[in-house]
Design a protein around this ligand. Structure first.
Ligand code: PEP
Ligand code: MN
Length: 390
């Protein structure tokens, strides 16, 4: 078993927390005045840390890539003027050195950097022996182990104040989100590292202002410890991420409207909820028994397919199953995407079970009739041998 990480809960961070841990500020520090103005406006609301990107990772060269190190004192002074600690993104050891020199209070590791263990290790080496909190965004791709790996590297460097940030995952093609959230990944992170503070960045998930409230609320409903939200005094003129930044006023309004649910002590649940939970436990047992029975049928069919040399995957049958299940689930008000996902999983497992059915031995020298099964017990070994020789 791996040793537990020594991470400090937010209550030990020496930052005054009102409702939650709120990181707010512009995508990028653009000028001394821009960051000062936004910091002063934000100080009217619940903000824990002022953010501002100094070095900006951009998809295409030639876009605004941040003001660079000269912006560090602008950010620090804006924070001092507003009475807020400040944070910026660091992607290299040199960034870290410059931030430490400039008195930046908290560092963050961006999604592109978390994706690359070389870069994370370089940052880990650079912070060894320094007591500075670090926020670690999830990697670009939906890979929990890579995210945990980055957290471990930073923790192994002796950093105890760590926050994980869910900012969604990169995707190809059309999506309602810039980086769709995959809630089960941060939820699994929470299960594996219950003491690790976890916040959500709805700005980079949404990519546009419109859905930020919905995603922020979802995160709070999943008991995230806070939010990171991009705020700019004139969002439409922002030099980066213009469409996803809120004005300070919109930020204040958003925080005022969100609900802040708290975790429930299981002993304090109402009797009605306890009865419902029992019912859910019983339904889940039934579901498992039904799934087991379904897979038994699948195996029987698999034997027949094997003996008749029929392909495991049957496109028409699969299309029919998917269509029918989706139809009946819609009638029962279940979401189509959920039922699709569920049956895709079930189908994949069914195919994999049939794949595992051993080929039946045919007996010495027997000829195989066309279309009547390979029935050659050694066939798989034989095939694998083809590629094991030089
Ligand atoms: C940012 O916070 O400005 C940023 C670049 O975020 P991410 O690493 O999540 O893309
Ligand atoms: Mn941004």
């Amino acid at each position: 078993m791996k040793p537990k990480l020594a991470v400090a809960p937010l209550s030990q961070w020496n930052v005054p927390l009102r409702e939650k841990f709120f990181v707010a500020g512009p995508c990028s520090v653009e000028s001394k005045d821009q960051i000062l103005q936004v910091a002063l406006h934000l100080s009217a609301y619940d903000v824990t840390v002022l953010r501002g990107g100094i070095w900006k990772p951009r998809t295409h060269p030639g876009s605004f890539e941040g003001v660079g190190a000269k912006g560090l004192p602008w950010l620090k002074n804006a924070g001092l003027a507003a009475g807020l600690p400040v944070t910026t993104e660091t992607a290299t050891a040199h960034h870290v050195e410059q931030c430490l020199k400039a008195g930046i209070d908290i560092l963050w590791i961006g999604a592109r950097t978390t994706t690359n263990p070389f870069a994370v290790q370089e940052i880990a080496e650079a912070v060894k022996g320094v007591d500075i909190p670090i926020m670690i965004k999830n990697p670009m791709n939906a890979d929990l182990e890579l995210w945990i790996g980055a957290i471990e590297r930073i923790s192994n460097a002796g950093i105890t104040k760590i926050i994980a940030v869910h900012r969604g995952f990169s995707t190809y093609g059309h999506s309602a989100y810039r980086n769709p959230p995959v809630w089960r990944i941060p939820i699994e992170l929470r299960r594996r590292m219950p003491h690790l503070p976890l916040i959500c960045d709805p700005s980079h998930i949404c990519g546009s202002r419109k859905r930020i409230p919905t995603v922020a609320q979802e995160a709070l409903d999943f008991l995230f410890d806070g939010l990171m939200i991009e705020v700019h005094c004139a969002p439409d003129n922002a030099l980066s991420d213009a469409s996803q930044q809120l004005t300070p006023k919109q930020y204040g309004r958003l925080l005022g409207r969100l609900r802040y649910p708290c975790g429930a002590d299981p002993n304090l649940l109402s009797p009605a909820v306890q009865v419902l939970r029992k019912e859910i436990d019983a339904i889940d047992d039934d579901l498992i028994a039904l799934l087991a029975r379904r897979m038994e049928c699948v195996e029987q069919i698999g034997l027949w397919k094997r003996d008749h040399n029929v392909s495991l995957f049957q496109l028409e049958r699969w299309e029919q199953v998917l269509h029918d299940r989706v139809q009946s689930s819609v009638q029962r008000h279940l979401s189509e995407s959920f039922v699709r996902d569920l049956f895709e999983h079930i189908h994949e497992e069914a195919l994999s079970l049939q794949e595992k059915i051993p080929q039946a031995p045919l007996g010495g020298g027997q000829e195989r009739e066309p279309g009547v099964g390979f029935a050659d017990d050694g066939r798989e070994d034989e095939l694998n041998e083809l590629v094991s020789k030089n």
